[in-house]
Design a protein around this ligand. Structure first.
Ligand code: GDP
Ligand code: MG
Length: 183
């Protein structure tokens, strides 16, 4: 094995919020205007080095080699049963909504219910991503409202853009930190 840890993360959220775009932006630094809608499930891979903070606050010399598998899902209801098995295997979750789409924000609750039912534990690490942050003119969910909701559910909140790349790597890396702290 040429890595120390294999971490599986799962991207969730309604269809069209930008899950596939987000994962492509993270793994390949590309953004496509038009994507064929995801059928079933697929994953992207990436290697990174995790350096746990030492007691004196400095980063340790030897990093852990992380092999990341980022699983994509189709948001469609009819595929939900297909993704169920993947909840169990995932150690961290990226829950996306689209800041220009009210319904995708309302759906967060349902996704969290699914998560709590199927995840490996009661309080898995989740980052809530308010995606399409580049579309500020079309925003319908304010950052304040999103932060309140995240706080209520005990989630970390970040505003992301799969188009510009804003906070995409940061969100994934923060999730790696959170998950690795449990190891
Ligand atoms: P998925 O169904 O959640 O996988 O969503 P997709 O990744 O297929 O994205 C749906 C549509 O939104 C596509 O047309 C994307 O180009 C677009 N999109 C995704 N993320 C962003 C973003 O951050 N900003 C903008 N402007 N468009 C995005
Ligand atoms: Mg997709």
């Amino acid at each position: 094995m040429d890595y120390d840890y294999l971490l599986k993360f799962l991207a969730l959220g309604d269809s069209g919020v930008g899950k596939t775009s987000f994962l492509f932006q993270y793994s390949d630094n590309v953004f496509h205007e038009k994507f064929i809608s995801t059928v079933g499930i697929d994953f992207r891979e990436k290697r990174l080095i995790y350096r746990p903070p030492t007691e004196d606050g400095f980063l340790s010399q030897r990093g852990q080699r992380i092999h990341l598998q980022l699983w994509d899902t189709a948001g469609q209801e009819r595929f939900r049963s297909l993704t169920t098995a993947f909840y169990r295997d995932s150690m961290g979750f990226l829950l996306l909504f689209d800041i220009t789409n009210e319904q995708s924000f309302v759906s967060i609750r349902n996704w969290l219910d699914q998560l709590k039912t199927h995840a490996y534990c009661d309080d898995p690490d989740v980052i809530l991503c308010g995606n399409k942050a580049d579309l500020e003119d079309e925003r319908v969910v304010s950052e304040e409202r999103a932060r309140e909701t995240a706080k209520r559910y005990g989630l970390v909140y970040m505003e992301t853009s799969a188009a510009s790349g804003q906070n995409v790597a940061k969100a994934v890396e923060l999730l790696v930190d959170m998950v690795m702290k449990r190891m």
